[in-house]
Design a protein around this ligand. Structure first.
Ligand code: ATP
Ligand code: MG
Length: 442
């Protein structure tokens, strides 16, 4: 993408409405614009990040054997009356009437709908287990939408659901999903710690929240520092071996980690004092096992192994896809701006032309730009082709947070040399065009 042709409305000043760094930086980098309280339009840079996050989430769900579907945003109130949640949900639910005066709602979550889908299409225990997910917009009329996309009213969520014939199967599905989550967060370039959590209105008795540590997090968290040293979501575990899922779960739950709601001072006291870490966390995901709560209230049965009808055991599993865009920035930024982890960066590199209009410099920049935009590579570079001062280009590239900056000035260009800067470390090196491309693409 050429900067002169793109809609990246950067702001020099800090917007007054933004209280925390990710909200400030997302506005300043021209990623998002608010449309109403807690409702945002995603501009090109923001949309690229959102779709990269969603692609990684999808890929790890698919690897774990979870099937992608797509359910609608608008749901019927009658469906929610079946579970009893239509009245229980309260003012967070956006209730709508259609032209025939039928009561509808904008879905805050999809347990009811997915249970009805399974009820209407699955009759036997032989068709279980099943795991399904979708990535879809949700609406929750939060009392205090704030912190930009971290607490929106309309937000993008990956929500998944599991159906098993018995409790042991449901627990195995829960562990499988936990491993998929840890791998997802690892690929997103953040450390998220699984913490024992309250089950809240969803009900049930087993739940974990996944928290990214950041001083601006809304939850207080307590965890054993040993979490900082382990490979979260290690590749040594296989989804195919039940004993691996058990070992993984034992590893994740063997160390103390809890949010303030579930904090247990007695168990905390057992953790060596030097290993105790207290801080703030941003909840980027939560998983629940809730048994037969929905299958019972909504009359979902299958024929069991001995011929009698049974209620399938269920779990549900959320990841805040749009919240993650902000949470990653909370965990990865500096004074100058965003520092994107490689896998979610909107562009791998910025090409900074320090003398726009100089034939040799322009020529080299065009060559680099063509190489990074070739068909098999996709659109990997943002070419700063503005007739602007070098200082302005440096500041904007730092603000936008591309992992690499390829800096091209007239002197180097004459010798086919560029300067390559790594955003994360600030490290700069003089390299030939070819060597720079190898590093950017590795
Ligand atoms: P919170 O406690 O932050 O209000 P929640 O526990 O109500 O969230 P869940 O029902 O667990 O949310 O939803 C799954 C995930 O969706 C959460 O872990 C979070 O990442 C994301 N999420 C929930 N509410 C919002 C929101 N208002 N804005 C953005 N993301 C959200
Ligand atoms: Mg939650």
């Amino acid at each position: 993408m050429r900067l002169t042709r793109s809609l990246i409305p950067t702001l020099k000043e800090n917007p007054a409405e933004a209280q925390i760094v990710s909200h400030r930086l997302m506005l300043r980098a021209g990623m998002i614009r608010q449309q109403s309280a807690g409702i945002y339009a995603w501009l090109p840079l923001g949309q690229r990040v959102l779709s990269r996050i969603a692609a990684i989430v999808r890929d790890e769900q698919n690897r774990a054997g979870v099937q992608e579907i797509l359910m609608p945003t608008i749901q019927s109130a009658d469906l929610w009356r079946e579970s009893g949640r239509y009245d229980a949900y309260g003012p967070e639910m956006l209730r709508i009437r259609d032209r025939h005066d039928r009561e509808m709602l904008y879905g805050p979550t999809n347990e009811e709908m997915v249970t009805a889908l399974m009820r209407d299409n699955v009759q036997s225990y032989r068709d279980l287990p099943q795991m399904l997910y979708h990535v879809q917009w949700k609406f929750r009329d939060e009392v205090r939408p704030r912190f930009g996309v971290l607490r929106g009213r309309e937000f993008l969520m990956k929500d998944g659901y599991s159906f098993d014939q018995d409790q042991a199967g449901a627990v195995a599905s829960y562990r499988r999903m936990m491993l998929a989550y840890m791998r997802t967060f690892r690929r997103l370039g953040v450390r998220a710690i699984p913490m024992r959590a309250d089950t809240g209105p969803i009900g049930g008795d087993l739940s974990h929240e996944f928290h990214i540590l950041a001083p601006t997090g809304e939850s207080g968290v307590f965890y054993d520092s040993a979490f900082e040293a382990i490979d979260l979501g290690s590749d040594s575990y296989s989804y195919e071996r039940p004993e691996d899922l058990d070992a993984f779960f034992a590893q994740m739950t063997g160390l103390y980690a809890a949010t303030d709601e579930k904090h247990d001072p007695a168990a905390w006291g057992q953790v060596a004092e030097a290993d105790r870490r207290e801080g703030r966390g941003i909840e980027v995901g939560q998983i629940f096992y809730f048994g037969t709560k929905y299958s019972e209230t909504m009359g979902f049965t299958v024929v069991g192994p001995d011929g009698a009808k049974i209620h399938p055991e269920m779990g549900s599993y959320g990841i805040g896809v749009s919240r993650l865009a902000g949470a990653i920035i909370e965990a990865s930024h500096d004074q100058a701006g965003i520092i994107w982890p490689d896998n979610v960066a909107p562009f791998r590199a910025a090409i900074l032309n320090l003398r726009q209009g100089d034939a040799v410099t322009d020529g080299l920049c065009e060559q680099i730009y063509a190489r990074l935009s070739e068909q098999d590579l996709g659109d990997q570079a943002l070419y700063d082709d503005r007739p602007a001062r070098a200082g302005e280009k440096f500041a904007d590239a730092d603000l936008l947070g591309h992992p690499w900056q390829i800096i091209v000035g007239p002197r180097g260009a004459a010798n086919n040399q560029v300067e390559l800067k790594r955003r994360e470390t600030g490290e700069r090196s003089e390299l030939s065009l070819e060597d720079a491309l190898v590093r950017v693409l590795s």
